[in-house]
Ligand binder design. Structure first.
Ligand SMILES: [Zn+2]
Length: 221
């Protein structure tokens, strides 16, 4: 107990989103962020190709965006657990019947090597711990494409990921209801391509969950 207090004094825990030092009664998120974070509503009418459903915890903007950048590019791997808890809670609320298998959108072996970790794999393990499911690598990335973040245009993003993923073991996913996780959904091209591969290999349904969803900009004509 005393040790914990000293540790807290030396390394005060900070809010996962805004980075503010937390009050003693707060865990992971400060009370402001718990209220004001841009929660992404679940709109069942919005469709993404090949996905039976999809949802995200927050919109990808402001403190959420900065938090995910720290997680993805600055080694703050400890965010996987609080992200995973929030995502798992939302998935349980929207899918009370659960899923047969849990997997994630993998990064390439080269990117995992240079980054030192696969941030989506860590997220999948954290969600799996909450849902009492093992995260299974059903997909592998076979082509090291350009990062989607540097490409504008829906068609270009679809083309960039086409054929980039392979199913590891088709036998595993026959007639299964699959939960596919990613960290950020921007246009949905990546998760749609992964879902297409899983369905082609025999999966029954693919549902997607992400930490954050980018708001679609209005098309200028
Ligand atoms: Zn905060």
């Amino acid at each position: 107990m005393i040790f914990e207090r000293i540790l807290r004094w030396l390394y005060p825990p900070k809010c996962v989103l805004c980075g503010k030092v937390l009050a003693e009664e707060e865990t992971d998120f400060c009370s402001c962020c718990r209220i004001d974070a841009p929660v992404c509503p679940v709109d069942h009418r919005k469709k993404l190709p090949f996905l039976d459903s999809w949802l995200g915890v927050w919109y990808y903007e402001d403190s959420v965006r900065r938090s995910l950048l720290r997680y993805k590019f600055h080694g703050v791997q400890s965010y996987a657990k609080p992200y995973g808890q929030m995502l798992a809670m939302k998935l349980q609320q929207n899918h009370p019947d659960g899923f047969d298998l849990l997997t994630w959108v993998p990064i390439s072996a080269l990117r995992k090597f240079t980054r030192g970790y696969d941030q989506v794999e860590l997220l999948a393990s954290a969600v799996g711990a909450e849902l009492e499911m093992e995260a299974i690598p059903l997909l592998t990335k076979v082509r090291h494409n350009r990062p989607q973040s540097g490409i504008t245009g829906d068609a270009q993003r679809r083309a960039n990921v086409l054929g980039a993923y392979r199913v590891t073991d088709p036998e595993l996913l026959k007639d299964k209801k699959i939960l596919l996780l990613d960290d950020i959904i921007t246009t949905g091209a990546t998760v749609s391509e992964c879902a297409r591969m899983l369905l082609t290999a025999g999966a029954k349904e693919v549902h997607c969950g992400a930490v954050a969803i980018a708001r679609r900009k209005k098309r200028s004509r």
